[in-house]
Design a binder for this molecule. Structure first.
Ligand code: FAD
Length: 339
């Protein structure tokens, strides 16, 4: 583990795809880098929300599983020795002499510049509105599906009407012993095609769907054994035997301490100029967190913004370093001969 007191050139808040690409670019430019993320793993939304989904619009991949893209982006990002501080949330920022000190729940990190690649903020899944629901975490209550094999042979209850709930109703077929989906309304936010697929599975007896239904209680001893379901209109209750409950109700996100740094924002996003600079000198932003006319919140766009942000940060630290990185295919750092 690297000494936290080491002054880094660039500290990147967020280890999603944008933060990973920023770390790569910092290394390619010979700048030292550190990534801080509140999640226990790198990959941002891709690992937290849709590791098993295919992504079709990343350059160079006709299709790639989100988790595989993160694996390769991580290998690319960390090849120059970037430090990672995972499971740490940013709590503050102060200036000391000529540099910043980024404060997190895990320590204080000196840095010359900061690239905020915090996506939608440090995010937490919305929980079932039941008293004491946390007691079931690790005992059959899951807030995301990271590895579908964890549900092998289980009776799974999915709660929600969005893409995640419907995607997993399809993707757990053949893995889970049974799948039931409940939603508190009869309108679904999920993609029409997936809704049609799940309705067809239901008609074939392979997936239960209950609308206007919510979980009113969870029961079990060591682990979840059954739930009480309540009809939202008639208030009638019924019990359902299940092994796993997976609420997929979206998530709250919070920029937390970053909101206090005097950054110009638009709604929850940080305003940047064409150089991905914020209004605070020494702080850049990239990825889903940024706002400017024409902004698109996509992996490809975040990568491009990371490249612009880091190259400008490198030039800001050392004005003799060009902003333009040159072509990687010609760089000595990759063992190529410089033109
Ligand atoms: P994020 O991925 O959100 O990563 C930000 C990271 O910052 C997180 O890990 C978070 O924990 C961390 N963080 C935030 N605040 C703090 C803090 N205060 N302290 C410490 N850490 C912090 N895009 C595509 O281009 N193609 C697709 O097919 C596609 N499919 C998608 C499917 C779904 C279901 C979803 C939800 C999104 C999809 N996206 C897709 C969008 C894509 O995932 C985002 O554009 C991308 O993740 C943005 O990357 P990012 O690194 O900017 O932010």
């Amino acid at each position: 583990m690297q000494d936290p007191a080491t002054l880094k050139d660039v500290t990147i808040i967020g280890g999603g795809p944008t933060g990973l690409f920023a770390a790569f670019y910092a290394g390619m430019r010979g700048a030292s880098a550190r990534i801080v993320d509140s999640l226990p793993q790198l990959g941002g939304q891709l690992m937290a929300l849709y590791p098993e989904k295919y992504v079709f619009d990343v350059a160079g991949f006709p299709k790639v599983l989100a988790k595989d893209l993160v694996r390769d982006m991580t290998a690319q990002a960390l090849q120059f020795g970037a430090e990672t501080r995972l499971g740490e949330t940013v709590t503050g920022l102060r200036r000391e002499n000529e540099h910043f000190v980024l404060e997190t729940t895990g320590g204080d990190y000196p840095t010359r510049t900061i690239v905020i690649a915090a996506g939608i903020g440090a995010f937490e899944p919305r929980k079932l509105p039941l008293d004491g629901v946390e007691q079931w975490e690790g005992r059959g209550l899951y807030h995301s599906v990271l590895d579908p094999r964890a549900f092998e042979g289980q009776r799974v209850l999915l709660v929600g009407g969005g893409d995640s709930a419907f995607d997993w109703a399809v993707n757990l077929q053949g893995i889970a012993r049974s799948v039931t989906l409940i939603h508190r309304r009869d309108q679904f936010r999920a993609h029409e095609a997936t809704v049609a697929q799940v309705k067809a599975l239901s008609a074939a007896g392979r997936c239960g769907i209950h609308t206007f239904t919510e979980v009113s209680a969870i029961h079990g001893t060591e682990r979840i054994e059954r739930v009480t379901l309540r009809h939202a209109k008639t208030k009638e209750e019924q019990e359902l035997a299940v092994d796993a409950v997976v609420p997929l109700l979206g998530f709250h996100s919070d920029l937390g301490a970053i909101k206090e740094w005097g950054l110009d924002t638009e709604k929850a996003d940080i305003k940047v100029d064409q150089l991905m600079q914020t209004n605070v000198p020494g702080i850049w932003a990239a990825g889903d967190i940024t706002s400017y006319p024409g902004k698109l919140k996509l992996i490809a766009v975040g990568a491009s913004e990371a490249c612009i942000a880091v190259n400008n940060a490198v030039h800001w630290i050392n004005p003799k370093a060009k902003v333009n990185p040159g072509h990687s295919s010609n760089l000595a750092i990759f063992g190529q001969s410089e033109d």
